[in-house]
Design a protein. Sequence first.
Length: 450
Amino acid sequence: MTAFTVALVLVVAAAGLLRWRRPAWYWLAFGVTLAALRVLVRYRSVMDACGLTVPPARWRLSLARATNRPIPEPRPPRIRRLRPTRTGLVLRLKLRPGQDVFDIAAASDRLRHSFSMFGVTSREVRSGVVEVRMTGYDVLKRVQMPAETETLPMRVPVALREDGSVHYRDYRAIPHALTLGATESGKSVYQRNLVAGLAPLDVALVGIDCKQGVELFPLARRFSALADSPDTAAELLDALVARMADVYRLIRTQQRITVDVPDAEIAADIWDLPEELRPTPVVVLVDEVAELALYATKEEERRRDRIITALVRLAQLGRAAGIYLEICGQRFGSELGKGITMLRAQLTGRTAHRLNDETSANMAFGDIAPDAVLAAIQIPAELRGLAIAGDASGGWHRIRAPHTSLRQAVNLCNRYADRTPDLPELAPFRPTTGTATELVPSAKASPATA
């Protein structure tokens, strides 16, 4: 009996230590089993207390009265599947007649308390079926990306969501995006993760960094073109607009609109072209967009109008030509001048780190997800890297990118430097680099996101 007591004490102590120091290990070792049992045992009573049950059907009531049996109890949604994950549980529910997915969403906070989970989110899978994701611990406190992620063309994992799922940047689904964040909010780390995810792909990277290139030029070996001033940026954007026109002419000549060609094979963008004819897709990263929109003289105003006009053209027409925009900045507001709100309307994806003003949050989410505005301005300063990500569908999530140091990003870009395509239109803007930098072992990454 003494040996059993000692063993039990050691197990409890180990569980407590893991829960404090390594919550992910605790969840996989102990938490997932305890949480699954807690959900199954408490399920009916919790659903009843949260108002997520429906009265029994009339025929069941009539049958109970006719046979003098007890009145049937209210029925909760039926559990179709309970699946454990590395960060929590996924509960798939079949709604009863009269229930709605908004009922589950409205009760998410009560379900979190009742099941003793860290977070609960829900989404509709199809009509009458709701998926409830429950996280067992704060997955955004110490971001650990899963070892394996889905690999699709032009789709890269960049962050972790609060429900434990991976946040992808999918250029085929959301071609253009806006990323905002104040100084020391984690925006640069998010950008590094984006470049690190794109580096192994067959894609041309184009950068515009008006801070004399301090953010993007260390990664120059993987970039096909870089601009470090507004003057150079204006010329580079004009070259991209010219490339876009050339790509459209190629698509037009290869559309293959004949009677014997199936509808699915008629070319309307670069992804419908044969692989041997398909132009290289281009991702344009603009750092500090406000620097491109500011002016002090008439000449600078003409340059500014030229730049914004080119950006709007690329945002409106660039998707089919395989040109995608990543617009980043600390501030984004209508005071940046004409054309800014037109540009914003074309940027479907929105990501906001900690912001210093509510106006920028409204510019990011006011037109697509008003609920996300309050969440964006409430991000604490000590949680660098925490962000709100949304899109034109109105949905939004809290995300956090894993910490990637500048050295780690440089090593990745140097490793995949051979994948940097030479585009004739952008040859004058190709950054000049010396010999290949030797890969330096990176220091152990900090658990906090910078």
